[in-house]
Every structure is written in structure tokens, then in C-alpha cells.
Ligand binder design. Structure first.
Ligand code: MN
Length: 137
């Protein structure tokens, strides 16, 4: 089965763009428009990757990422921040908050599928390494 990707994004245009592009690649997409909705979804399912907008209404994406990384249930799920290209400090802040990487907005529609494939591939390699080290888990 194709990987499942949760997109946390309050901008409907970006949400539609990202989901359409990645659905076309065959990924199973789940959408949340704010942190609370994302938390609710993460109680029901564990996606293979989270694409996280930083600027969200209410709890921002960095705070949500810190929460997810502090929670044993969600700590292993890779989080890739969606940061605004104009906001230079955002990518560093995203990494400091525990994000596994970042993609700058505006989304490059030609590069996004390859970027996602790299993040997923890296995550799967990490998970495999972990299993080898700790077969009891
Ligand atoms: Mn936003």
C-alpha cells in the first residue's frame, strides 16, 4: 500500500495543490487545517509522513511538532515543515523544533514528488535500522 501523508495546512490553495500533486503520485492523503484537527487525526492513525505548515491559526506548526516529537506514539513520524521562502529564519526554527526537514513555499510542483520520495525513503531506512538494533521492539 502507498504511504499515507498527513498535511497540516490552513491555506486552502496550498492544501489543494499539495494533495492533488501527491494523490496523483498515488499517496494516500489526510488533511488537517489546524493543529487540533491534526492531533485528533493522529489519535486515529499514524501516517508515514507529516507535512507541517508553520503558520497556523491557534497552535502553530512548530509547537505542534514539539508536542508530536515529545509523544512516544508520534515521535517516529517524520515531520517536514512547509516554510515560507521569504521567512529566512523559519527553516532553522523548524529544525530546532524537531522537524526532520523542510520544503519552502511557494511549492515547486515539479520538485515536490521527488522531495517527498527522498524524505519517505530516508524515514524507511531509519525505521529499518532501528528494527535491526532493537528486534524486541
Ligand atoms: Mn499557514
Amino acid at each position: 500500500m502507498m504511504p499515507q501523508i498527513l498535511v497540516v495546512e490552513d491555506n486552502p490553495v496550498n492544501m489543494k495543490l499539495v494533495c492533488e500533486l501527491l494523490e496523483f503520485e498515488g499517496y494516500r492523503m489526510v488533511q488537517a487545517t489546524d493543529a487540533e484537527e491534526a492531533i485528533g487525526i493522529l489519535q486515529q492513525c499514524t501516517p508515514d509522513l507529516i507535512l507541517m505548515d508553520i503558520a497556523l491559526p491557534g497552535m502553530d506548526g512548530l509547537t505542534l511538532t514539539r508536542r508530536l516529537k515529545a509523544d512516544k506514539r508520534t515521535a517516529q513520524v517524520p515531520v517536514v515543515a512547509l516554510t515560507a521562502f521569504a521567512m529566512k529564519g523559519d527553516s532553522q526554527k523548524a529544525i530546532a523544533a524537531g522537524c526532520d526537514g523542510y520544503i519552502t513555499k511557494p511549492i515547486n510542483t515539479r520538485e515536490l514528488p521527488a522531495e517527498i520520495a527522498v524524505f519517505l525513503g530516508r524515514a524507511m531506512a531509519c525505521a529499518k535500522g532501528k528494527t535491526d538494533e532493537d528486534p524486541g521492539n
